[in-house]
Design a protein around this ligand. Structure first.
Ligand SMILES: Cc1cc2nc3c(=O)[nH]c(=O)nc-3n(C[C@H](O)[C@H](O)[C@H](O)COP(=O)(O)OP(=O)(O)OC[C@H]3O[C@@H](n4cnc5c(N)ncnc54)[C@H](O)[C@@H]3O)c2cc1C
Length: 277
């Protein structure tokens, strides 16, 4: 899932031809058939009721396909999960979606979900301590290695190494296919380990070494060549982004729509359906 991609699950689940709960998920012992729908075979079987599977099933259903969604766990949502802590429901996995691209916000609107932008910034936990995510950063890559919030996160030595990015030629790291190689080559291990790994890793559930730069930060390598440093490239992309908060979340949390089951999400306004594509 892209950094755009966290979105509430329940409406999507409900709009599949067979609701993807454990009561409709079928095992090989069942012969893979769902008798609850009158015995009609599906056009498509989607395996996995995380975001990817739910969105796939939702889109197929919108196109008139008969979809069965199989989920091995007790509930849909996958890594979009929540729990009650001290009487408050909190997100345990994804808790926000990026606004850099409009797809998720558009889908939330289509599904009738209320969204809001966070009032406070994000913090990260790395190397045994907590620190705010630098305000001017992209996937944890700072736009200014000398900014106080960056120095706080990296320490003076780490920040000094990151600042050497400005002295390297634009070709250093420009051919790096993965995020870890690019960041380490330009800004050193402290930026990679203390900022990029927790931020990018948290968003994409993957090690930066497994993240393709062009997929998670489109335009970053081109900006590096154009601007001459990674920090300047990040600054350029941030400056080109829409104004306002970079992320939004669902009111009540990303799993709010699933409580109670069956979900009680607002129906899309009559006649307002599928206008996204
Ligand atoms: C702590 C944390 C915080 C995150 N924060 C953010 C965030 O703020 N913003 C953001 O954009 N992203 C965030 N992410 C990443 C995001 O949550 C995931 O990228 C996304 O939810 C993955 O969706 P998915 O459908 O690809 O996979 P999953 O969510 O892993 O779903 C896969 C589903 O398939 C099911 N399944 C697997 N095998 C089978 C099988 N054989 N048969 C049937 N079912 C099967 C699983 O049970 C699961 O439900 C975060 C991730 C984590 C872990």
């Amino acid at each position: 899932m892209s950094d755009d991609a966290v979105m509430p699950t329940a409406r999507a689940a409900r709009t599949t031809a067979t609701a993807p709960t454990t009561s409709t998920a079928r095992t090989p012992a069942d012969g893979g058939r769902d008798r609850a729908d009158g015995g009609r075979d599906p056009d498509v079987v989607v395996v996995g009721g995380g975001m990817a599977g739910l969105v796939t099933a939702y889109e197929l259903t919108r196109r008139g396909r008969r979809v069965h969604l199989l989920e091995a766990a007790a509930d849909v949502g996958g890594l979009v999960a929540g729990a009650e802590l001290g009487g408050t429901v909190v997100d345990l996995g994804a808790e926000a979606f990026a606004l850099r691209r409009p797809a998720v916000a558009a889908l939330a609107a289509e599904l009738g979900l209320a969204v809001q932008q966070p009032a406070a910034g994000s913090w990260l936990w790395a190397a045994g301590y907590a620190t705010p995510v630098p305000a001017r950063s992209l996937l944890g890559i700072p736009a200014d290695p000398g900014a106080p919030d960056v120095v706080r996160a990296l320490g003076p030595a780490g920040a000094a190494r990151a600042a050497r990015d400005a002295d390297l030629g634009p070709d250093v790291g420009a051919d790096a296919a993965d995020l870890a190689t690019l960041v380490a080559a330009r800004m050193g291990p402290a930026v990679l380990d203390r900022l990029v790994a927790p931020v990018a890793g948290g968003i994409h559930s993957a090690d930066p070494a497994a993240l393709a730069v062009d997929a998670v930060a489109p335009g970053l390598r081109r900006a590096l060549r154009d601007r001459g440093s990674l920090a300047a490239a990040v600054a350029a992309l941030l400056d080109a982004a829409p104004p306002g908060a970079p992320v939004a979340t669902v009111v009540g949390g990303c799993t709010a729509c699933r409580r109670p089951w069956p979900p009680r999400c607002a129906e899309p306004a009559a006649g307002s359906a599928p206008a996204r594509r």
